[in-house]
Write a protein that binds this ligand. Sequence first.
Ligand code: NAD
Length: 377
Amino acid sequence: MKIAVLRESAADEGRVAATPDTVKRLIGLGAAVSVETGAGTLSRIPDADYAAAGATVAPTAAEAATEADVVLLVRRPEADRLALVKRGALVVATMDPYGHQDAVKAMADAGVTAVAMEFMPRITRAQVMDVLSSQANLAGYQAVVDAAAEYDRAMPMMMTAAGTVPAARVFVMGAGVAGLQAIATARRLGAVVTATDVRPAAKEQVESLGAKFVAVEDEEFKQAETAAGYAKPMSAEYQAKQAALVAEHIKKQDIVITTALIPGRAAPRLVTAAMVASMKPGSVLVDLAVERGGNVEGSVPGEIVTVGDGVRIVGHRNVPGRIAATASQLYAKNLFAFVETLIDKKEKKLAVNWDDELVKATVLTRDGAVVHPAFQS
Ligand code: NAD
C-alpha cells in the first residue's frame, strides 16, 4: 500500500496534506509513504523531517505519485497532477466541486476515486475529520489578525499618562465556526465585539464568548436553521429588516468581519456599498466569503480595496493558507483520521467499506463515473 503526498500546484497554497507526524502514523498502519520534494516548504516542514519520519522524498510529483494507491492533497488536482495518478487510486482532498463539474468529470474520466473531504458529515464520529471546521476556525483567527494589521489604531482600550485610547469596535457577521473564533480572537485583543447570525442557536454562543448579539429576532429568525445546523436563505422581507438594523450598527464600527456562507450557494450580500461608505476613515472590513461571491459589496478576491475616505475592504484568498503551518497540522490530522478508517490494520492494506456513511458522503467519482448524488444530471 503506497500513499503519496504531493506538493500543491496553486501559487497561493502553502498548506500540505501530511506532516511528519501523520506520515509516521500512516507508516505505522503499514503504508509506504512518498512525499514530493518541497511539499512542506511553505508550511515550514523541510524534506528532511519527512525523511526522518520514514517517508521517501521523491524528486518529482511523477515519482511520488507512481503506483500510489492513495494520493493526499489539499486541493483538487489539476489535469497535470491527475495524469500522474493510476486508475483506481483514491485522491483525498478538498475538491470544491460546486460550479466545477468539468473538473469532477475529469477525475471520473481519469478513473480515480475522488474523495471530497468537505462533504464529511458533521456527526460525532467524523468530527476529527472535519476539514471545514479545522480550516474555518483558523480563518476566523487570521481574519482578526489581518484586520488588526490593516487597522492603523490599537485594538484594546489603553489608559496612559498621555491619554486614553478607546477600544476598537468589532462586528462579526456570521457566527459559525470562523465567526466564533473571530469573536474570541477580537475579544482577546481587547476589542468591544458584537455579532450577528441568522441561526437562533448562534445567539447563545455569541453571548457565551462575551460579545453582544445584534439581529432582528422575529418568528422567521426563530425557525431559521436546517436540521443539519446550517443557515437557510432568508426571505426578502427579513433581509430588509435585518439590513436596516445592520446599517445603523455598522456606522459605529471600526472593524467588520464577514463570514456568512450558505452551503452550495453564493454567499449572501450583507454589507452594501452605502454601509461601507458610512464607516469612519481608517475602518477595515475583512470579507472571508470573498471567494464565494462576497458578503461585502466591492470586495475583490486577492485584493485590499480602499474606498471613499480610506475604508479598506480586505479580500484575501485562501485565508487558512495564510497561516499555513498550523492549517497543515490540523488538515493533515483530519486526513489521517479518515484514511485510517480505509485501512485494514491486520492485513496492512486498503480495505474501503463503500457502504460506510462517511465514504458514501464524500466519494465524488469512482470506476470512471461521477457517483455522488449531488452531481447527477
Ligand atoms: P458556514 O461556514 O456554512 O456559515 C458561516 C455562518 O454564516 C453560519 O453560522 C451561518 O448561519 C451564517 N450565515 C449565513 N447566512 C447569513 C446571513 N444572511 N446573515 C448572517 N449570518 C449568516 O457555517 P459553519 O461555520 O460551517 O457552521 C454551521 C453550523 O454547523 C453551526 O451551527 C456550527 O456550530 C455547526 N457545526 C457542527 C459541527 C459538528 O457537529 N461536528 C462541526 C462544525 C460546525
